[in-house]
Design a protein around this ligand. Structure first.
Ligand SMILES: Cc1cc2nc3c(=O)[nH]c(=O)nc-3n(C[C@H](O)[C@H](O)[C@H](O)COP(=O)(O)OP(=O)(O)OC[C@H]3O[C@@H](n4cnc5c(N)ncnc54)[C@H](O)[C@@H]3O)c2cc1C
Length: 502
C-alpha cells in the first residue's frame, strides 16, 4: 500500500490551507473529506493581513482580492446608538504588505483553496468518505475511510496525519485530548442576507449592538452580502427562530424582505475551548479541531490558518530529512498559547457586548486601547519553543511575531513572492539569492531590508517560512548561534563580516 507523506482529515479552510502548503514543498498529500460539497452555512466573514500573507504564499491572493472587501473597523454602540468603543482598522497597507482587515464570504475562499490544490500532481483529494478509524505504529498511521453513498471502506497509510476535522473532531477523540473550557457558551442565530437594493445607510463598519437583553452584530460583507448575528434566549426554539417570518421580525429595525433576500441562516452554540494536547505521536490537530472561539474577533478560521502555516514547513523539513523530528514539538509549544490569547480576547469582547450597563465594561480590554480609547487588534507572541528561545542580545519584542514584509529590488516585488516559501536570512555577508534552501538578503543592496534592520535596531534577522521572526540580533555571530541546527549545515555561514549596531 502506498504510504503518503501526509494525510489530512477534513477539507475546511484549515485542511485546504495545510494541503496547499505541504504540496508546495513536494510532499505527497492525501486529503480525506466526509462531505461531497463545501459547507454552505454562514461562517467566517473576516480575516486579517497576516492571513492574506498566507494566501499570498499559497498563490491565491490575486484571485481572492476582487472577492473581498477592506474592512474599516467595528463600532460598539448601546441601545441609544451611543458609541461605547471604536475599533478602527488602518486603511493603509500594513507592515505585512496587505490591508489590516478584510471581509469575505467563506465559501469563496474555500473554492479558491480547493482550485489551487487541483494544480498539484502530488495531492489526492477524496471527498464523500468519513474517516472512521486512525491507528498509528512507530513508523506510519493507518486510516480507514467509509463512504456512506457506496457503503464501502478504504484503507490508507501515511507518515503523518493531521486532523483538521473541525469542532467535533474525531481525531481529537481518538488521540484522547481533553478540552480546556474557558466558560463562554451562548446560542446565536446567524443570518446572511443579499441586498435587493442599495442600503448605504447601513454603513460599512461592523456594529456590535450592546443591548443588554439581546446583543446583536451587524457585518457588512463583500458585494451585496450583509450579516446579522443575534443572541438567542435559552427558551427560544431553534426551529421557530429560523423561520423566515420570525427572522424578518427580528430584523425589522434595520431591513425588510422588500430590500433583501434571506440567503442562509443557522443557529450556533459559540464555545471557547482549546485542546489540551495537539499531538499524539504521528497524529496532529489543527484548526477548529484544536480550538474553538466565539466569533467576536473574527479570528476562529485565522487561528487555524496560522496553525497550518506553522506546522507545514516543520513537517516538510522533517519528512524531507532536513530536520530531526524533535522540530515537530515546537508546533504545539508555539501555537497553543497563541491560540489561547485570541480565545481569551474574544471572550472579553463578548463581555463588552453583554455588560453595557456596567461601569467596568471596558476595564477588561483597557490594556488593548490607545491613548484616545480606541481598541487595538492583539498581536500575541508565539509560545516558547526550542526555536523561540531568545538571547540577551536580540530584539525580543519582534521575535516570535510576524516579520514585516518589505519590497525587493529590482522589480519592487514583495519579499515572499521573491523568496518563495522558505527561510530568509538578512545579513550583509552574502548577496541576494538562494543558497542551500535559504534565501539571503543583503541589506547593503536592499534599502527596505536595511531600513527594517535600522528600525528594529538589529544587524541580522532570520525569518522563518511561516514569516514569523525567528531571530533578530545585533550581529551575525549572534544570529548564527540562534539558527536551528538544520540551518547550520553549511560551514560558510561562519564566514561573515561582523557588523554590529550598538
Ligand atoms: C457564525 C460564525 C462566524 C464566524 N466568523 C469568523 C470570522 O469572521 N473569521 C474567522 O476567522 N473565523 C470565523 N468563524 C470560524 C470559522 O468559520 C471556523 O473557525 C473555520 O471554518 C474552521 O475551519 P476548519 O477547517 O478548522 O474546520 P471546518 O471548517 O469545520 O472543516 C472541518 C472539515 O472536516 C470534515 N470532517 C469532519 N469529520 C470528518 C471525518 N471523520 N472524516 C473526514 N472529514 C471530516 C468536515 O466535513 C469539514 O469539511 C466563524 C464561525 C461561525 C460559526
Amino acid at each position: 500500500m502506498k504510504v503518503f507523506d501526509t494525510a489530512i482529515i477534513g477539507l475546511g479552510p484549515t485542511g485546504a490551507t495545510l494541503a496547499n502548503l505541504l504540496a508546495m514543498q513536494g510532499l505527497s498529500v492525501l486529503v480525506l473529506e466526509r462531505e461531497s460539497q463545501i459547507y454552505n452555512l454562514p461562517r467566517a466573514v473576516h480575516f486579517d493581513d497576516e492571513i492574506m500573507r498566507v494566501f499570498q504564499n499559497i498563490g491565491i491572493a490575486d484571485e481572492l482580492l476582487p472577492l473581498v472587501r477592506v474592512n474599516p473597523g467595528m463600532k460598539f454602540v448601546d441601545s441609544d446608538n451611543n458609541l461605547l468603543l471604536d475599533w478602527p482598522r488602518p486603511q493603509e497597507i500594513t507592515p505585512q504588505g496587505w490591508n489590516a482587515s478584510y471581509r469575505l464570504h467563506q465559501p469563496d475562499l474555500e473554492r479558491l483553496l480547493r482550485k489551487r490544490l487541483e494544480s498539484y500532481d502530488n495531492v489526492l483529494v477524496k471527498t464523500g468518505g468519513r474517516v472512521a478509524s486512525i491507528d498509528q505504529t512507530g513508523t506510519s498511521v493507518e486510516l480507514l475511510a467509509h463512504s456512506v453513498s457506496t457503503d464501502t471502506s478504504e484503507k490508507y497509510r501515511a507518515q503523518y496525519v493531521i486532523g483538521c476535522d473541525g469542532a467535533n473532531s474525531q481525531t481529537r477523540t481518538i488521540i484522547q485530548s481533553e478540552l480546556d473550557d474557558y466558560g463562554f457558551q451562548e446560542r446565536w442565530l446567524v443570518i446572511d442576507l443579499i441586498l435587493k437594493k442599495p442600503r448605504p445607510d447601513l454603513g460599512d463598519h461592523s456594529i456590535q449592538f450592546c443591548l443588554p437583553d439581546r446583543p446583536m452584530t451587524y457585518c457588512r460583507g463583500p458585494g451585496k452580502r450583509r450579516r446579522w448575528e443575534i443572541t438567542l434566549m435559552d427558551s427560544e426554539d431553534e426551529k421557530y427562530v429560523t423561520k423566515p417570518d420570525h427572522i424578518w421580525s427580528l430584523l425589522r429595525p434595520w431591513i425588510t424582505s422588500d430590500e433583501a433576500e434571506l440567503e442562509r441562516r443557522a443557529v450556533y452554540t459559540f464555545k471557547s475551548q482549546v485542546a489540551r494536547e495537539w499531538r499524539r505521536g504521528r497524529i496532529f490537530l489543527a484548526g477548529d479541531a484544536a480550538h474553538v472561539t466565539p466569533p467576536f474577533l473574527g479570528q476562529g478560521m485565522c487561528i487555524g490558518i496560522r496553525d497550518a502555516f506553522n506546522l507545514a514547513w516543520k513537517l516538510g523539513s522533517v519528512i524531507n530529512q532536513e530536520a530531526d523530528s524533535s522540530l515537530l514539538e515546537s508546533y504545539e509549544d508555539e501555537r497553543s498559547s497563541h491560540a489561547r490569547a485570541y480565545v481569551k480576547m474574544a471572550i472579553k469582547i463578548g463581555k463588552i457586548i453583554h455588560s453595557v450597563k456596567s461601569n467596568n465594561v471596558l476595564t477588561d480590554v483597557s490594556e488593548h486601547q490607545t491613548a484616545s480609547g480606541e481598541l487595538r487588534s492583539i498581536a500575541p507572541k508565539l509560545g516558547s519553543s526550542s526555536l523561540t528561545a531568545t538571547q540577551p542580545d536580540s530584539n525580543t519584542n519582534v521575535e516570535g511575531r510576524p516579520a514585516p514584509q518589505f519590497r525587493i529590488q529590482p522589480g519592487n516585488r514583495l519579499l515572499d513572492d521573491v523568496s518563495g516559501y522558505r527561510h530568509v536570512i538578512i545579513s550583509d555577508t552574502r548577496p541576494v539569492g538562494l543558497k542551500d534552501g535559504v534565501f539571503w538578503i543583503n541589506p547593503r543592496r536592499q534599502s527596505e531590508a536595511s531600513s527594517l534592520l535600522e528600525d528594529l535596531e538589529i544587524a541580522a534577522a532570520w525569518i522563518r517560512p511561516d514569516r514569523y521572526m525567528g531571530a533578530a540580533t545585533k550581529s551575525m555571530p549572534e544570529l548564527y548561534k540562534r539558527l536551528p541546527k538544520f540551518l547550520k549545515t553549511n560551514e560558510e555561514y561562519g564566514d561573515y563580516n561582523e557588523t554590529s549596531i550598538s
